[in-house]
Design a protein around this ligand. Sequence first.
Ligand code: BDR
Ligand code: CA
Length: 313
Amino acid sequence: MRPARIIIDTDPGQDDAVAILLALASPEEVEVLGITAVAGNVPLALTARNARMVCELAGKTDVPVLAGCDAPLSRPLVTAEHVHGKTGLDGIELPAPQMPLAEGHAVDFIVETLRREPAGSITLVTIGPLTNIATAFRQAPDIIPRVARIVMMGGAYFEVGNITPAAEFNIYVDPEAAAEVFAAGVPLVVMPLDVTHKALTTRPRVEAFRALGTRVGTAVAAWTDFFERFDKEKYGSEGAPLHDPCTIAWLIRPELFTGREINVEIETEGSFTLGMTVADWWRVSGRAPNALFIGDVDAEGFFALLTERLARL
Ligand code: BDR
Ligand code: CA
């Protein structure tokens, strides 16, 4: 099978960084055409910098990295330094990036790539707030039917929320953008907290990264050690959820995951529920399905895949 040709839209973030590494390590299954940075976990200047640091760590400096939107469509930016640290990639000090940002705006890159490449050949992998994607869809609605699918980390149903009691971070930061993307009619594969909270970085899994004995293995172990402290305290869990790499893992080995085709709507008004993904898991609304909403993962298989692929870098 030909690799999925993807653009990764991201706000690195340690778990974004691991997702990028997994993609760059898996050229048989995914070809990364570009990485588009968006404001999210930390402001845009840092996410655009971190994305390049991750490419350099992987030794893949030929992938274009572009800076995109620095704030949500119609709200002030909410960031998550309390989880990811001041830089977004706290846990290990990496050298400042040498590779420059690619010229131009990330939104233009998304539009131009989708217009240039054959319709249905490009997958958007979104692992941050959906501002760049919604902006591209607003500016160039002709690209919407050209998107093969969107594979997204975002939302929750059974796990409800992480940044508020009702909302997951990526959706909460830009709910208007999320609502537009969910309504666009593009095939969607959604990795909500319901599944990512099953992909936990237990001690043996982190030690397996460290035992690779490579710069990549050391960095991934240090990052997971760093953001674990917050989640362990919050959830009392054995480790931290490795959210974003679930998207790339689904492209490589979809059989590791199970989910349901359901309707998902985004709450953009609720004073307590802003950014909630109202997921009709039990199919009670009568609304047409618009997403494959993933609910479960073979966590052992997921971490085995991740470790095997990171060993290649
Ligand atoms: C999502 O929010 C960010 O903090 C993570 O990088 C992930 O994309 C999890 O809610
Ligand atoms: Ca992210």
